[in-house]
Design a protein around this ligand. Structure first.
Ligand code: TXA
Ligand code: MG
Length: 358
């Protein structure tokens, strides 16, 4: 396992192009061969790009953590081709998991279930449960089927950073940390743009650990009542529960504030900051939640590290996919939420900007 803080080499990983809808079987076989050998292959799913290792390759699984700079306490999601491929990966598939699978798989839903004997501590971070998902993307499906076993894959970004929605994002995030023989399967931009919804089915009541591609309203149609806290924040020192719930995650370098209000409030804030000599950039996301999700990480990436002192994003209506988008923006903003343009609020934003660019 390499050092987690220093890049391994300067050259770029091999990027292999694939048709997103009809990926070439010979190319998928070649990439699956790399996974079987214990190499890492990043690949597109319908949500974001994942950094994959074969579920039965412990050394490769450990390298995922090194490449991402991810704490070893953060479990990985195992991707399988079909609900019937969960034998040995989970202990059992309870009825409500079967119902969810019938409704949402393949698709952007991850279920947390008691782990099975085929899944090692490298995947579960030593815990008793495992997250499983059947992705819909033809490249992900084809790669899993060609390998013939599960692929463990977190989002293919450095830990805590903006998730990748193109192969180029993956190279920019992880290129220096990948090794010779690792590859990136380029299937173009990911269609959904935010991660799967994670639902924990190990307790009495299903609990949403992360809002995402399957809205809570849709889960409730299958499960009845679901525990779905809007802003589930865990402290940095209890991160093992589900690090996607950390306050700072999915984050750009330039400080971001989440504005709960209308465009007039945003304009007022931009004006007030401008008078103090600070440049703010507004993240203009489309009004439609599906379009906004598809654009979210691209917009954050494009806005990051520019000339601006501060980024402002307007919260979506808290329903459907909007919940997942607001959740990512809230964490990308490190919990910095703004509801007015009072002098105190503006002061708070100035402090955040000055901490970044003194
Ligand atoms: O859409 C997605 O889910 C993408 C694509 C690649 O499938 N994957 C992804 O993985 O977002 P990752 O590791 O970046 O985020 C998975 C989240 C993390 O917050 C992790 O802590 C949580 O799911 N998680 C995974 N296994 C878990 C488990 N057994 N118990 C609780 N939380 C779990
Ligand atoms: Mg992630």
């Amino acid at each position: 396992m390499g050092d987690t803080s220093e890049p391994g080499r300067a050259s770029a990983p091999e990027v292999v192009e694939l048709d997103a809808l009809r990926p070439d079987a010979a190319v998928l076989d070649e990439l699956a061969g790399r996974l079987a050998e214990g190499l890492l292959v990043a690949f597109p799913t319908e949500t974001v790009y994942g950094l994959g290792a074969a579920v039965d390759r412990p050394a490769a699984l450990r390298r995922i953590f090194a490449v991402k700079g991810r704490p070893p306490t953060d479990p990985l999601i195992v991707h399988v081709a079909h609900v019937d491929a969960l034998d040995g990966i989970v202990d059992a598939v309870p009825v409500r998991a079967r119902d969810l699978a019938a409704a949402f798989w393949p698709g952007p839903l991850t279920m947390v279930l008691p782990r099975g004997p085929l899944v090692g501590d490298e995947v579960t971070a030593g815990g008793p449960s495992v997250g499983v998902r059947v992705p819909a993307h033809p490249v992900a499906q084809g790669l899993i089927r060609a390998l013939g076993t599960g692929i463990a894959a977190p989002s293919a970004n450095r830990f805590g950073r903006i998730s990748p929605t193109t192969a180029q994002d993956v190279v920019a995030e992880l290129g220096p940390w990948l090794a010779a023989g690792d590859a990136v399967a380029d299937g173009g931009p990911t269609p959904l743009g935010i991660e799967s919804t994670v639902v924990d089915l190990t307790g009495g009541r299903p609990t949403v650990l992360r809002h995402g591609g399957v809205p809570v309203e849709d889960l409730e149609e299958v499960l009845g009542d679901v525990d779905a806290p809007e802003r589930r924040v865990v402290a940095d020192d209890e991160a093992s529960a589900s690090p996607g719930a950390l306050l700072r995650h999915y984050a750009p370098d330039t400080p971001l504030a989440l504005v709960e209000g209308d465009r007039a409030l945003v304009d007022e804030l931009v004006g007030a900051l401008g008078q103090l000599g600070l440049a703010a950039r507004v993240l203009d996301l489309p009004a439609d939640p599906y379009d906004a999700a598809a654009d979210l990480y691209r917009a954050l990436r494009a806005a990051d590290g520019g000339a601006e002192d501060l980024l402002l994003a307007v919260a979506m209506a808290p329903a459907g996919l909007g919940r997942g988008i607001n959740d990512r923006l809230f964490r990308a903003a490190h919990g910095r939420v703004v509801t007015d343009a009072s002098p105190e609020t503006v002061d708070r934003l100035v402090s955040a900007a000055r901490a970044w660019r003194p």
